[in-house]
Design a protein around this ligand. Structure first.
Ligand code: AMP
Ligand code: ZN
Length: 469
């Protein structure tokens, strides 16, 4: 399979360091608020890339951090009069709920910046020892960009232009830098901020160092894929490369993948611009599976405008697949014959060409737009070829194929069966009876069974209450 590598500016064949294994790091969110659907785009597209690599037989070690120390988190903590960790823990929990609702699988590891300070101090020390970093009089430690010859190779920027553009930084209090492009590795604490002891000052890490350190700790010095939104190319990822390669003396990541922005009226959705919808906002109006479908309906490197019309189109597209799946399930259940008959074997072989089309699209830099088109063709084929005279094996064969492909996209195609109030009440009664007989195993089983279907029980003095969540 090929992926577009920002580093080379070309699509390249994926060749991993260890055959059959992928080491992948995706920059995660700063947790000071509910995530917006712009933040959800990298989560969904790189989760899909991961699923596809697994489909191809790779074992993927997928690491994605939470930035849990940052100016915005500290500001919010001061406003609420609580510790910064209260804010970050709250929004990590909320983010994980959103991820689950979008069917984004948890990473193999979700490291937290505040748990990795020792590793950061160690890398900063190495950089100073090797002459790649220096401490200023007030204890701030900077990376010396001129000491790293590859600086600028990812963003393909002209460094002299950048230096000119950044001259303003030198006059605005950052005059302790040797070069306008030097960036912070460690900075002194301010009043009321969380801090850690270090050789240079009581302080906290800069943002870039955390990813270099966490990536090294969980994936090794050299990794296969590093990913994030395109706003991270410069300076964040450029700085990560400088830190990691200068400290480890080895190439950092083979491939760099960047998603384009999710926009509103052609402007990047962001917290600071105020033009955002949180995933939670969207969940009140739409099924989050529709949001996922919408995100995947465009190629990840194309800008995507959020609009009600496109969400409606996504809803229609998704329900076409869902309807086909329900129909095939019905045909399989009602079928008069078990095994393939007549030309069905040949038809299944024919249907398989949509799988090939799907794979061809995904092999071409995770082209989910074309992959979805292939699924639609398969759905159309199923709708025309399967009917009441089909065998169970034929309907099941088509179902299996649709499920396999939609599973790669992380789309759930089976309608969640609604559990009726009466059934819930009956189960609750059964649970009460089990408890009376001290059969707690059965009682717990019923509670778990209901929880799985989104029903939460609460034992109150007035009896058992339940609600849907
Ligand atoms: P942040 O919390 O701002 O560091 O963002 C977390 C991730 O979301 C990063 O990979 C960003 O590049 C990405 N991101 C933020 N806003 C957008 C957007 N409007 N469209 C696409 N990706 C975004
Ligand atoms: Zn990062």
């Amino acid at each position: 399979m090929k992926i577009y590598n920002t580093l080379s500016g070309r699509k390249e064949e994926l060749e991993t360091i260890e055959p059959g294994k992928v080491r992948m790091y995706v920059c995660g969110p700063t947790v000071y608020n509910l995530i917006h659907i712009g933040n959800a785009r990298p989560m969904i597209v790189f989760d899909t890339a991961r699923r596809y690599m697994e489909y191809k037989g790779y074992e993927v070690n997928y690491v994605s951090n939470f930035t849990d120390v940052d100016d915005k988190i500290i500001k919010k903590a001061l406003e609420e009069g609580v510790e910064a960790s209260v804010i970050s823990q709250r929004y990590i929990e909320e983010c994980k709920k959103d991820m689950e609702a979008m069917n984004v699988r948890p990473a193999t590891t979700h490291p937290l910046a505040t748990q990795e300070i020792d590793g950061m101090l160690e890398m900063i020390r190495t950089l100073i020892d090797k002459g790649h970093a220096y401490a200023a009089a007030d204890g701030t430690v900077y990376f010396r960009t001129r000491s790293f010859p590859g600086y600028g190779k990812l963003s393909h920027k002209n460094l002299d232009d950048l230096r000119g553009g950044n001259r303003a930084l030198l006059v605005s209090g950052e005059d302790q830098k040797e070069d306008p492009l030097d960036f912070v590795l460690w900075k002194p604490k301010k009043e009321g901020e969380p801090y850690w002891e270090s050789d240079w000052c009581q302080g906290r890490p800069g943002w870039h160092i955390e990813c270099s350190v966490m990536s090294r700790k969980y994936l090794g010095d050299e990794i296969d894929i590093h990913a994030g939104g395109e706003d991270l190319i410069f300076p964040h990822h450029e700085n990560e490369i400088a830190q990691s390669e200068a400290a480890n003396g080895k190439p950092f990541s083979r491939y760099w993948m960047h998603n384009a922005f999710l926009n509103i009226e052609n402007r990047k959705m962001s917290k600071s611009a105020g033009n955002f919808f949180t995933v939670r906002d969207i969940s009140e109006k739409y099924d989050l599976q529709t949001l996922r479908f919408f995100m995947l309906s465009a190629h990840y490197r194309s800008p995507l405008n959020f609009s009600a019309e496109l969400m409606e189109a996504a809803e229609n597209g998704r329900s076409r697949i869902l309807t086909c799946v329900e129909n095939l399930k019905y045909l399989a259940k009602e079928a008069g014959e078990e095994t393939l008959k007549g030309e069905e074997e040949e038809l299944l072989r024919e249907a398989d060409r949509f799988r090939l089309k799907f794979e061809e699209a995904m092999d071409d830099d995770i082209n989910t737009a074309d992959a979805i088109a292939a699924v639609f063709e398969l759905v159309k084929f199923a709708n025309t070829k399967a009917d009441a005279s089909s065998s169970k094996a034929f309907a099941d064969g088509l179902l299996g194929l649709i499920r396999r492909l939609t599973d790669v996209l992380g789309l759930i195609v089976d309608k969640q069966e609604e559990i009726l109030d009466a059934d819930i009440e009956a189960l609750i009664e059964e649970r009460q009876a089990a408890r009376k007989e001290r059969n707690f195993a059965r009682a717990d089983e019923i509670r778990a069974q209901l929880a799985e279907r989104g029903i939460v029980l609460e034992d109150t003095r007035e009896g058992v209450k339940w609600k849907r969540v």
